[in-house]
Design a protein around this ligand. Structure first.
Ligand code: NAD
Ligand code: IPM
Ligand code: MN
Length: 353
């Protein structure tokens, strides 16, 4: 059997609810594919912070480093100042483990409702490759004259040649493997001229290594419009950390909802474990009610299985989700609990659907 050492960070709010279903489905897939998931759970998030003041102790980061992959629910809680857990845990892991390629597919599965009239599944099959370690997320900047009328807050966007080049090359390689072989750079080079020019130049230079991939460019404001009006324009999208964050919530909304949007924080070199998590957050407004959709987390485990080279298991779980989504079209919204959806997907994976 192939053993996968999986670190699990359920986190806050609906995080533990959806992670439980992701693990349920993985457990159902394991026997047929001869995989043994060895899971270690890490209690991090709001409760840990209230009890100990810790977000991510160094010793835990070291332990995480030794795993094959990390499955994360979500972090963030109204009782904790905004940013403490998001920066102290989530971003710290993305940075420490060089998760520079944040994969966020925007796919409309057959049977799933979209608010876009006339859009078919074949019109919406986008892979957003969001840069994961730089941009305005880097934490550069500061505050001057705080609390005075002359206060100045700056938040710098960091764009390194190395950081831009590695994610752009990764996105080109992804585009080269897809039927349409198209890469769209999404930026704002008409205003963010320093960073935009670097991204454009790197896309030109790296693009020379991929003559089979056609290159397009869209300003991020126009891209937001086209995600809604003409999603078929896009195949692979490469973009900076913040733009990628925003357009993938938009992508989730047009592709059936935030409860279905999956992501993988990938370190392509496998120097560190990659981390898989739904695009959504801890959803404090519905936490503890069994109403969260676990599909995004299950689809994130599909990205994980693919990353680990467990293709057959990945296809099996994806197929089970896709069948579940087709059946769902006939059900009332909220008809099934979080656990019931997980049960139904797990049964299909185990061949008892
Ligand atoms: P959110 O994604 O948690 O929620 C936005 C809306 O979507 C809410 O109405 C919520 O109920 C709904 N929603 C989210 N996931 C759902 C699911 N699986 N099924 C059904 N409905 C779902 O975003 P927010 O409200 O902006 O943020 C809440 C907290 O989560 C904040 O602390 C934020 O910093 C944090 N956050 C964490 C992550 C992460 O850990 N990766 C991602 C985003 C936000
Ligand atoms: C996401 C989240 C995070 C981000 C926050 C919670 C730091 O919104 O994973 O999309 O902005 O990357
Ligand atoms: Mn986000």
């Amino acid at each position: 059997a192939r053993t996968v050492n999986l670190a699990v960070i359920p986190g806050d709010g609906i995080g533990p609810e959806v992670v439980a279903e992701g693990l349920k489905v993985l457990t159902a897939a394991a026997p047929e594919h001869d995989i043994a998931f060895e899971t270690t759970e890490y209690a991090l998030g709001a409760r840990r912070w209230h009890e100990t003041g810790e977000t991510l102790p160094d010793s835990v980061e070291e332990e995480l480093r030794g795993h094959d992959a990390i499955l994360l629910g979500a972090v963030g809680d109204p009782s904790v100042p905004s940013g403490v857990l998001e920066r102290g845990l989530l971003l710290r892991l993305r940075f420490a483990f060089s998760h520079y390629a944040n994969l966020r597919p925007v796919r409309l599965y057959p049977g799933v409702g979209t608010p876009l009239a006339g859009v078919r599944p074949e019109d919406m099959d986008i892979l957003v490759v969001r840069e994961g370690t730089e941009g305005p997320y880097a934490g550069m900047g500061g505050v001057l004259r705080k609390g005075t009328p002359d206060e100045i807050a700056t938040q710098d966007s960091v764009n390194t040649r190395l950081g831009v080049e590695r994610v752009v090359r990764y996105a080109f390689a992804k585009a080269a493997q897809r039927p349409r072989r198209k890469l769209t750079l999404v930026h704002k080079d008409n205003v963010l001229t320093y960073a935009g020019e670097l991204w454009q130049r790197v896309v030109r230079e790296v693009g020379a290594e991929f003559p089979e991939v056609s290159v397009d460019y869209s300003h991020v404001d126009a891209a937001a419009m086209f995600f809604v009006s003409q999603p078929q324009r896009f195949d692979v999208v490469v973009t900076d950390n913040l733009f990628g964050d925003i357009i993938t919530d938009l992508g989730a909304a047009v592709a059936g909802g935030i409860g279905m949007a999956a992501s993988g924080n990938i370190n392509p070199e496998n120097d560190f474990p990659s981390m898989f998590e739904p695009v959504h957050g801890s959803a404090p407004d519905i936490a503890g009610q069994g109403r969260a959709d676990p599909t995004a987390t299950v689809l994130s485990t599909v990205i994980m299985l693919d990353h680990l080279g467990l293709d057959a298991a990945a296809r099996k779980v994806e197929q089970a989700v896709s069948e579940d989504l087709r059946v769902r079209a006939g059900l009332a919204a909220d008809e099934r609990s979080t656990a019931a959806i997980g049960d139904d997907i797990a049964k299909r994976v185990a061949g008892q659907g």
